[in-house]
Write a protein that binds this ligand. Structure first.
Ligand code: SF4
Length: 150
């Protein structure tokens, strides 16, 4: 089974701050031989550089901390995520929580004060519309269910 995954969850150098981070929970996934992970960073695919200024969603737009509107790049990246998911016949995506791109269910509220509100990141909105189920990295029960059914 092919599963789309946020590149940063695999420790790739694509986070906005230019740092890499390890996610211990992802080891379970990496050991599941029947799951083939298809990494994507929609922000990079949309044309943004790493490192880049942090951005958050507000009123349907994506705005950086200094006030630059980067909405178009986020939409480009979301289109690329759907394209890749279709190319590899992915029905599921495991994506980084709270991100303005990859967050599902909860995202930062646009105040840059680490406050979250209900909502989906831009790529998640596109993926869900395309019928792809999105799982956050902390949802271990859903990840284990996915491994069991693969
Ligand atoms: S959360 Fe998504 S957009 Fe942000 S760095 Fe990770 S893969 Fe890229």
């Amino acid at each position: 089974m092919n599963v789309l995954i946020s590149s940063c969850l695999l420790g790739q150098y694509c986070r906005y701050d230019g740092n890499i981070k390890e996610y211990a929970a992802m080891q379970t996934l990496l050991q599941a031989r029947q799951i083939h992970l298809i990494p994507i960073c929609p922000e990079q695919s949309g044309g943004l550089a790493t490192p880049r200024e942090p951005a958050e969603c507000k009123n349907g737009r994506v705005i950086t901390q200094s006030g630059i509107d980067v909405t178009a790049a986020y939409h480009r990246g979301a289109v690329e995520a759907v394209k890749l998911a279709r190319l590899f016949h992915c029905s599921y995506a495991i994506l980084k929580e709270k991100s303005p791109t990859c967050g599902s269910g909860n995202i930062y509220d646009g105040s840059f004060r680490h406050i979250t509100v209900e909502g989906d990141g831009i790529a998640v909105q596109y993926l869900k519309k395309a019928g792809i189920a999105v799982i956050g990295e902390s949802e271990m029960i859903r990840i284990e269910q996915l491994i069991a059914m693969s």
